[in-house]
Design a protein around this ligand. Structure first.
Ligand SMILES: Nc1ncnc2c1ncn2[C@@H]1O[C@H](COP(=O)(O)OP(=O)(O)OP(=O)(O)O)[C@@H](O)[C@H]1O
Ligand SMILES: [Mg+2]
Length: 572
């Protein structure tokens, strides 16, 4: 009955089961249509205006004309359709939706008890109901509905008109569809948890279904699931907050979207604090806006939020989060189009975060620090030069050399750092706890910034002071020696930083070096060509470069050996 269920190429003499592929906005609908097919009633044809059903046993085709469709919205949590049977002319209004929504229309004790039973088994429940309308009733409804849709306050008016024909509906069926988890989901979640990531599940499902799924996913890591009781008022929220505050530190909490809303309205700060203390959080019956709100609340408290979703109802949350990950799958492409990153399976999330995420954080940090280093070292040299020459404003290097320094001589090796891999992918996946180190922010902290500032000042000072005071008195020779030492220092520093060599990195280093040697030989205006051929030039350059780089190499080597022994052990 779903407006979005479509059957393709079902006509003709070919047995339809072999050709049909059903498509729908929700996988539940496909499951239901496939099930009726197995039972002998198949969806034979479906277009915008007609539905044909085939009763296999009687070899009979029943045609329906679609009179109205009421699409699913997360506010109403149901969808409806009005159809007219072609032969009898009977008009029927069918509705299917969440039990909470339909329970308001049906007076059935049986329904809620059965729903709970199905949900406790982890099944996604849908309730179906129908009502037969006379032609007069339908025509009156149609004209009122049309009018309501033209009204400025459209949604309010249409809801009121719909409520009118929804009176006196009869329960038709209750279905429970298993939302089977993909194979690797529990393993992926446990890897992410080991990586220090807190996992919250926000779902539109019933509380019982959500709890069952959360258990099978082993989502909680605490002392057991605590179900937050319903809250309707500020007093309820206060009582709940007190109860939660006094309960176990490490509990796992499951709460309904509406209750969460009430609690947040009155005690936002306190409640978010309680939620953050829990080791597992599940919000059931969560509307798309509530999902987005949760992401916003956490971001406002300086947590980094990655939202992962696969349905249209996750789009708002994905857009609200720091990192939105959309999964392309049975529920369409809305989430994957909205996300910053799109993946095909939930299991790829582990690789996305633990390998690529970790690596890009490391690489961005290394690149940023190197760019600081590259700029600061040459500024220090200019400063030393100016100070020695009585604060004169003479530029140490002519513009052409400065351009060369910033581009062809150093750019390729520095940028090739984005190809560096500190550990192989398999190791990053085998030891998710390595990801945890990122959260300490050591890669790009004030400390690392100051260390690199210190290194730049030391190296700039050594190169310039060495070239000036220790060895030379001719300006062109000072320029030549210091500039060569500077380029070599930068190339050596890149080489010292690289952990895993990529052939492009070797290429970048060699190309830069060759370019520089070629420049030395060709541009004799800036360099004294004869001096380069002198052994004196080279040993001076080598001594200065060694003094600037060797201490760093020793310190770095010792640091790696001593302080990161644990980390080094797993670096294969
Ligand atoms: N196409 C539909 N027709 C009728 N009812 C639906 C439809 N889609 C969802 N529902 C009902 O509305 C409820 C809320 O749906 P919603 O799409 O917000 O979340 P969900 O699909 O249950 O879970 P998730 O957030 O994990 O995707 C569902 O649990 C279901 O009972
Ligand atoms: Mg859904």
């Amino acid at each position: 009955m779903g407006s979005s269920v479509m059957s393709e190429s079902c006509g003709g003499a070919v047995p339809q089961q072999q050709l049909c592929e059903y498509q729908a906005s929700s996988p539940d609908e496909v499951a239901l249509v496939k099930w009726t097919d197995m039972m002998g009633v198949s969806l034979y044809r479906r277009d915008l205006h007609n539905i044909s059903l085939k009763l296999r046993a009687a070899n009979e085709i029943i045609n329906y004309t679609i009179l109205q469709i009421f699409p699913f919205t997360s506010e109403s949590k149901m969808m409806g359709i009005i159809v007219q049977e072609e032969n009898t002319g009977e008009i029927t209004y069918y509705v299917k939706g969440a039990d909470v929504a339909l329970a308001k229309l049906l007076d059935s004790q049986w329904l809620s008890a059965e729903c709970k039973k199905l949900a406790a088994d982890g099944l996604r429940t849908l309730v179906m109901a129908k009502k037969t309308l006379t032609m007069d009733e339908y025509l009156q409804f149609e004209s009122e509905y049309k009018e309501a849709r033209l009204n400025a306050n459209r949604s309010e008016h249409t809801t009121a008109i719909l409520a009118k024909i929804q009176r006196g509906m009869t329960l038709l069926a209750l279905t429970g569809v298993e939302d089977r988890l993909a194979d690797d989901v529990p393993r992926t979640l446990s890897m992410l948890r080991t990586a220090g990531i807190k996992i919250w599940m926000l779902t539109g499902d019933k509380l019982e279904t959500a709890l069952c799924i959360a258990r099978s996913l082993q989502l909680g890591g605490g002392a057991g699931w605590h179900t937050a009781r319903d809250c309707r008022s500020r007093q309820d929220a206060h009582a709940l907050l007190n109860a939660l505050n006094s309960s176990h530190e490490n509990m796992d909490l499951i709460i309904e979207g509406e209750t969460l809303e009430v609690c947040l309205q009155s005690y936002e700060e306190e409640f978010v604090e309680v939620l953050c203390r829990c080791s597992g959080v599940v919000v059931a019956r969560c509307s798309p806006t509530q999902k987005a709100r949760v992401a916003r609340l956490l971001r406002a408290r300086k947590h980094v939020v990655a939202a992962v979703g696969d349905g249209g109802n996750d789009v708002a949350m994905i857009q609200e989060a720091d990192i939105g990950v959309g999964i392309e799958g049975a529920e369409g492409r809305a989430a994957s189009l909205a996300g910053d990153v799109s993946i095909r399976q939930f299991a790829f999330l582990a690789r996305l975060l633990l390998v690529h995420g970790r690596r890009s954080a490391m690489r961005s940090a290394a690149l940023s620090l190197f760019i600081v280093h590259r700029g600061l070292i040459v500024s220090t040299m200019q400063a030393v030069f100016s100070v020695v020459f009585y604060f004169s404003s003479v530029s140490l290097y002519p513009g052409f050399l400065m351009v060369g320094y910033g581009t062809v001589f150093t750019m390729l090796p520095v940028f090739s750092l984005v190809l560096d891999k500190d550990i192989p992918s398999s190791t990053a996946l085998r030891y998710p706890q390595l990801y945890k180190q990122l959260s300490k922010g050591r890669q790009l902290s004030y400390k690392s910034f100051y260390i690199w500032t210190g290194i730049s000042i030391y190296q700039g000072g050594v190169i310039m002071y060495g070239a000036l005071v220790l060895f030379e008195d001719q300006l062109i020779h000072i320029v030549e020696i210091s500039y060569t030492a500077l380029i070599l220092t930068e190339l050596i520093m890149v080489a010292l930083t690289i952990v895993t060599w990529h052939w492009l990195m070797i290429g970048a280093e060699l190309v830069s070096l060759l370019m520089y040697i070629a420049t030395l030989l060709i541009f004799t205006t800036y360099f004294d060509g004869d001096f380069i051929r002198h052994w004196e030039f080279w040993w001076k350059v080598i001594v200065i470069t060694l003094v600037s780089c060797l201490p760093l190499y020793i310190v770095k080597h010792m640091h790696r050996k001593w302080s990161e022994r644990q980390y080094k052990n797993i670096r294969k």
